[in-house]
Design a protein around this ligand. Structure first.
Ligand code: SAM
Ligand code: SF4
Length: 466
């Protein structure tokens, strides 16, 4: 069984040919591009693909908008504040375009994939030349070529979403890299726009993922983060079962890679075989990001999450049985429309029971087209803000307590470079992905070292090199 849509190799060849044409059309110095990324790791990874294609087309890169000949905003639609930031920044670019009419301004990614947003940009932001959604990402060279040639607006929010292998990627510098193993989502949590803007689940072939991981190792990458909206259902679209556990074991064999992380995992699909693979693969970090969203069974049902608080707790118990030192992190939404005070207290209860190392928390943001956007809110905005703060206060205490217990431990740290905040210190991350600052020579950058933890703060650890 193979229903996973894959872009034909000839189409990829066509895009490669267009990249050559664009490159040859620039005479003299290379034009400069700026790709701005909003949102999640998957978007960061998509931006690396966009930069890869731009590099092939002869573009150099800048971080300075004034200097850029092309500005591309790779957007996020998960919450309203991310969208508002994009609209604010787009507005600010109007003045720049007025003084530099030859520049190209593009909006792509999850916001652009939505019809109502594309329409709003079309109508109100006339200085935008290029609008394309997540499904058209692989067609970026053709779309840009058209915008450059005709100097008229190009819009492409069509398509269903398919796997496109064989396009260039410009990885960020450094010892860590993201690798998307699948795209899209089938879960339709009632608050979430992702399935609408990223389409149905499509898994890359294990061979393609492994080839990318091997290439990254060859370039000096030591840590990979395997990405998907729900990595636990990796391979299901190809009729495979438990394929993610198997993939993890195979990535664990790649020479040169020393650490493996992954996100996100949906609790309803987290299997015993995945926990076993994690516990048996020495390179897989002792860290699990397992979004719970709420501690209330009623709210979880309304969110269409398809697990109960007790089921979630049973996964946590089993994970800790197999890996007593595992660090757990989660996502929580406060103020889902049907959430009442008693439901919120169930969320506080689950925080106290699990004792997450850290949480990523969000106030519910209604997303057009999702079922939850049509529900009336039980709590007021003031109540939601107060609950949110109450939850943060509790979590800060738990995170500080967990970190305090690390003092005296010897931890393995992957060194990333000089600390941006502490003079004369290096920083790196431990297996739990927490930042650890310590004194050492910059020649340790990109290496795994042992550090004894000497001091703990809520979000940062300090130590000394052994
Ligand atoms: N697929 C991942 C999962 O299910 O864990 C997460 C994807 S989403 C980009 C990241 C987080 O954003 C979610 O876990 C959820 O907590 C939050 N989120 C999604 N939609 C939201 C909304 N409408 N309002 C507030 N937070 C939202
Ligand atoms: Fe959104 Fe739910 Fe899919 Fe995560 S699993 S991307 S929250 S629909």
């Amino acid at each position: 069984m193979n229903e996973t849509p894959v872009i034909d190799k000839n189409e990829i060849q066509t895009q490669r040919a267009v990249m050559e044409l664009v490159r040859s059309s620039f005479d003299g110095s290379a034009p400069k591009a700026l790709v701005e990324t909003y949102g999640c790791q998957q978007n960061v990874n998509d931006s690396q693909r966009l930069r890869g294609m731009l590099a092939e087309m002869g573009y150099a890169f800048t971080e300075n908008r004034e200097e850029a000949d092309l500005i591309l905003m790779n957007t996020c639609a998960v919450r309203d504040n991310a969208e508002q930031r994009v609209f604010g920044n787009l507005g600010a670019l109007k003045r720049l375009k007025a003084v530099k009419p030859g520049m190209i301004i593009g909006v792509c990614g999850c916001m652009a994939q939505q019809e109502h947003i594309a329409e709003r940009i079309r109508a109100k932001y006339r200085h935008v030349d290029l609008i394309f959604g997540t499904h058209a990402l692989y067609r970026f060279p053709s779309l840009l070529a058209e915008a450059l040639e005709h100097r008229s607006r190009v819009v492409d929010i069509s398509g269903e979403g398919a796997i496109a292998e064989g396009l260039p990627v410009k990885y960020d510098e450094g010892v860590k890299a993201f690798v998307s193993i699948m795209y899209g989502c089938n879960n339709f949590c009632s608050y979430c726009v992702v399935p609408y803007v990223r389409g149905r689940e499509r898994s890359r072939l294990a061979e393609d993922v492994l080839a990318e991981v091997r290439e990254l190792a060859r370039r000096g990458v030591r840590e990979v983060m395997l990405l998907g909206q729900n990595v636990n259902s990796y391979g299901n679209d190809r009729g495979e079962t438990d394929a993610f556990a198997e993939l993890l074991r195979r990535v664990n064999e790649v020479e040169g890679i020393e650490r493996i992380r992954f996100m996100s995992s949906h609790p309803k699909d987290l299997s015993e075989s995945l926990l076993l693979a994690m516990s048996q693969c020495p390179k897989v970090c002792r860290q699990l990001h397992l979004p719970v969203q709420s501690g209330s069974d009623r709210v979880l049902r309304d969110m269409n999450r398809r697990y109960t608080a007790e089921r979630y707790l049973s996964i946590v118990r089993r994970a800790r049985e197999l890996m007593p030192d595992i660090s757990l992190t989660t996502d929580i939404i406060v103020g889902f429309p049907t959430e009442e005070r008693a439901d919120f207290e169930d969320t506080l209860k689950i925080l106290r029971e699990v004792r997450f190392d850290s949480i990523f928390s969000f106030i519910f943001s209604p997303r057009e087209g999702t079922p939850a956007a049509r529900l009336k809110s039980a709590a007021t905005d003031e109540e939601k803000a107060a609950w949110f703060q109450e939850m943060l206060d509790l979590q800060n205490q738990i995170s500080a307590d967990i970190n305090a217990k690390c003092v005296g431990e010897v931890q393995e740290i992957l060194v990333e470079g000089e600390s941006r905040h502490e003079a004369d210190m290096l920083f790196g991350r431990n297996s739990a992905n927490k930042i650890v600052n310590f004194r050492g020579d910059i020649s340790l950058k990109d290496k795994l070292v042992k550090v004894r933890i000497t001091k703990a703060q809520t979000w940062i650890l300090y130590g000394e090199l052994i």
